[in-house]
Design a protein around this ligand. Structure first.
Ligand SMILES: C[S@@+](CC[C@H](N)C(=O)[O-])C[C@H]1O[C@@H](n2cnc3c(N)ncnc32)[C@H](O)[C@@H]1O
Length: 276
């Protein structure tokens, strides 16, 4: 009998081992529930009729693996997501960074870039963008291409503008983009200081020393061991007195680097590195 409805946890882990061995993408320490859901979703979406057929395709079709990577990573994002996080950045972090002659920021797991453009807008308003370099990275090349273009659906602008105002923004938000048919293209003045590049947090190394690392809603997809490993990578990539910002459901408390960091006094997930 053909079984079309789902593939088991063991089959998922077999597939993840194939992807690691053949292509070097390591999803084996991603949180089980979420990765199982995504792999099953793809199995259904691409209308495979058996696990064997799915596995054969993954093992023998290099192009399909690109699709596999893109589909099993969750790419949901928005501009000024969690507006009060940005308020905290603006009030507590940017004034410290403003005292540096040059600011290096790493935005890891940036997806299609909406968060990165939000940060660039804030830096511009604080007259700091010209002396900043933002390295925006993700494992997924397709989302990075979208991020580079800086073109987002016009239909989202109302929500983004509301987020911006809630964050404390006082300018006319529409000055940052030009509307064309159904799309909004963000100003190249904002992207001038951003370098978009592929980087895999699981397998790639540190590539610079930063004063601010933003990685929100990415660790949530990893198991504890992998979260700890990535937090070490961030620690190694952060200057003393640098800042690390995570997503609302993520923490570095109870991990092996927590003693080096002090959480800022607000309700946001922002820590400052106090010990080398
Ligand atoms: C939910 S999105 C978060 C986007 C944005 N940071 C935000 O909070 O709105 C998670 C992103 O993490 C990326 N990601 C997943 N695994 C990764 C890895 N191993 N290395 C780098 N990025 C990864 C995904 O491709 C996706 O774009």
């Amino acid at each position: 009998m053909l079984r079309t409805h789902y593939i088991s946890e063991d089959e998922v882990s077999m597939l993840l081992n194939d992807v690691l061995e053949l292509y070097g993408y390591d999803f084996t320490d991603y949180a089980h529930a979420s990765i199982n859901r995504r792999v099953n979703y793809l199995f259904k979406k691409d209308r495979f009729t058996s696990f064997a057929e799915f596995r054969f395709r993954v093992k023998n079709d290099k192009n399909y693996v690109t699709r596999f990577v893109e589909e099993i990573t969750v790419n949901v994002t928005e501009m000024f997501r969690d507006p009060f996080f940005y308020t905290a950045l603006q009030k507590q972090v940017l004034p410290v960074l403003a005292t540096y002659p040059f600011i290096r920021i790493w935005h890891a797991g940036c997806s299609t870039g909406e968060e990165v453009y939000s940060l660039a807008i804030m830096l511009q308003e604080a007259n700091m963008l010209h002396k900043a370099k933002i390295y925006a990275t993700d494992i997924n090349n397709t989302v990075l291409d979208k991020a580079r273009k800086g073109i987002f659906p016009l239909a989202h602008m109302q929500q983004y503008s509301r987020n911006y105002i809630q964050m404390g923004g006082t300018q006319d938000f529409s000055q940052y983009y030009t509307a064309n048919y159904e799309y909004a293209k963000f100003s190249e003045t904002l992207s001038k200081q951003i370098v978009f590049a592929a980087h895999n947090l699981v397998t790639d190394h540190s590539f610079n020393e930063f004063q601010l690392i933003v990685c929100r809603n990415v660790l949530i997809y990893f198991n504890k061991t992998l979260q700890d490993k990535i937090l070490h990578l961030f620690d190694d990539s952060l200057e003393t007195f640098g800042f690390l910002a995570l997503g609302s459901k993520e923490t570095l408390n109870f991990t092996s680097i927590s003693h080096k960091f002090r959480q800022l006094e607000n309700r946001q997930k922002i820590w400052r590195k106090t010990i080398v």
